[in-house]
Design a protein around this ligand. Structure first.
Ligand code: GAP
Length: 458
């Protein structure tokens, strides 16, 4: 089954509702770089916080790290990125377009999109040449080859070079992991599909250091743990699959690799959102050789020393955010209404705004009571106060932003100190005492839906 393409409607919804804007839009935009607006930054922060909690805070065998983006240039020689992190590039001299030689079959000729590059009479394709994907810049005031540094293309190397620092400071014993979240940069030849492939993005990476020989058992355990994490975000099971790398697909460092793929629908279909890699001792061995510093782990209890193998889990924060948006978007008919509604049905725990607070009218003390309630709730949850327009329209705006709960203050509220909570997913409503609103929302945030459910209110 091919799912419909949601990307086009998402790009305009994301802009309209303040999730994602094109970078430097007033200057015509920067190619494949995006800015997160007020709702987008909350959503992505929630994704990152859930990852950090699951990978670092809830485990005693993984430590956190925040390494710098700029690193010693030798790091990238040792890691193989200077010599090997490149894609084969083909230019068309006629239309000046650039293509990845290995993806020519998926590309369209700009002059005749029904044809592939090279199939139009005007096409003049060059021979493929290797194009390194790392961004180069200069450290210090002099632009010369001795001061070249790179913007990191993956966060992982910051972990490898700090392996012994972290191990010795925390006195962790193998097996243990180091995790970090941070920006990475790749001068992609064919970026695109909104925030799917960009030139600046955020990775959430974890390297788990294990004794050689135990690596495949840890590899399998991490594959399952990572799939479970994506399910916990509310991604549909039938939109997720594992893809095992063939010998040809394996990266230069990998002994075995699986991608976790998500079905984005349309022509994009199933695509990688996370990679789980068995990197063997490739990186530590390379850094040991290039730095001439011993990076071995000393297992005192068993009187052994060795370079650990590494199981890596590497997931893009932006790509997961896109998967969440695609998974959540739905257009629905509404009984008794001509216009349907657009809903972002996020899991309540990752929704950017948890509740909209609405006085039904702008009089009779309702706005004052609503503002007091919004101010109290803000201490615990991101809340949006809105008194503009018909109540139905205010609900629709919040449905489109993925806000799971709407709290309405009406005439009865000011008389009896209670409010209506309206649920995004089934539009059901319940009445609760004002003093209980925060407690009821708290229970709902732990549930995985935003439907009226009397068990959560008792
Ligand atoms: N350290 C291993 C590594 O970087 P990767 O498969 O190249 O592996 C891991 O990248 C993840 O980073 C991908 O699954 C994807 O989610 C994200 N990613 C990679 N390139 C990206 C890009 N150009 N734009 C957005 N996300 C990207």
């Amino acid at each position: 089954m091919t799912r419909p393409d949601a990307l086009e409607s998402l790009v305009s919804l994301a802009k309209r509702r303040g999730f994602i804007f094109q970078s430097s839009e007033i200057y015509g935009g920067t190619g494949s770089v995006w800015d997160y607006g007020p709702f987008g930054v909350e959503l992505k922060n929630n994704v990152k916080a859930r990852w950090w909690n699951a990978m670092v805070r809830e485990r005693d065998d993984v430590e956190g790290l925040d390494a710098a983006i700029l690193m010693h240039p030798k790091v990238w020689e040792a890691s193989g990125h200077v010599s090997g992190f490149s894609d084969p590039l083909i230019d068309c001299r006629a239309c000046k377009a650039r293509f990845r030689a290995d993806k020519l079959g998926d590309a369209a000729c700009p002059r005749k999109p029904s044809k592939q590059p090279g199939e139009h009479a005007d096409c003049q394709l060059t021979e493929p040449r290797q194009f390194n994907l790392m961004f180069k810049t200069f450290m210090g005031p002099v632009e010369e080859s001795a001061s070249v540094v790179y913007l990191r293309p993956e966060t992982a190397q910051g972990i490898f070079v700090n392996f012994l620092n972290v191990q010795q400071a925390t006195r962790q014993k193998v097996p243990f992991g180091i995790a970090q979240i941070g920006k990475a940069f790749r001068n992609e030849i064919t970026p695109g599909n909104f925030i799917f492939r960009t030139r600046e993005f955020e990775q959430m990476e974890m390297q788990f250091f294990v004794e050689p020989g135990t690596d495949m058992e840890h590899f399998e355990r991490w594959m399952q743990a990572r799939l479970d994490w994506h399910l916990g975000l509310g991604l549909d099971r039938d939109r997720l699959e594992f893809h095992q790398h063939t010998e040809k697909e394996l990266a230069h460092y990998a002994r075995a690799a699986f991608d976790i793929n998500f079905d984005f629908g349309g022509t994009l279909g199933f695509q990688e959102i996370e990679g789980v890699h068995n990197r063997s001792d490739f990186d530590l061995r390379q850094h040991q050789e290039y730095s001439s510093k011993k990076l071995e782990y000393v297992d005192q209890a068993n009187n052994k020393r060795y370079l650990p193998y590494v199981i890596e889990t590497s997931v893009g924060a932006d790509r997961v955010t896109l998967a969440i948006l695609v998974n959540a978007l739905r257009e629905e008919a509404v009984e008794g209404e001509q216009e349907g509604r657009t809903v972002l049905g996020f899991h309540p725990a990752i929704a950017p705004i948890k509740a909209g607070v609405f006085p039904l009218t702008k009089k009779d003390g309702q706005p004052e009571m609503a503002e007091r309630l919004a101010a109290a709730l803000r201490k615990r949850f991101p809340v949006f106060y809105d008194e503009a327009g018909a109540i139905g329209r205010r609900y629709r705006r919040q449905d489109e932003a993925g806000t799971p709960f709407g709290i309405t203050i009406d005439g009865d509220s000011t008389a009896n100190d209670n409010v209506t909570i309206r649920f995004r997913d089934d539009m059901g409503q319940i009445r609760v005492a004002t003093s209980r609103v925060a407690e009821v929302l708290g229970r709902y945030l732990e549930a995985d839906h935003a439907r009226a459910d009397s068990r959560l209110v008792e």
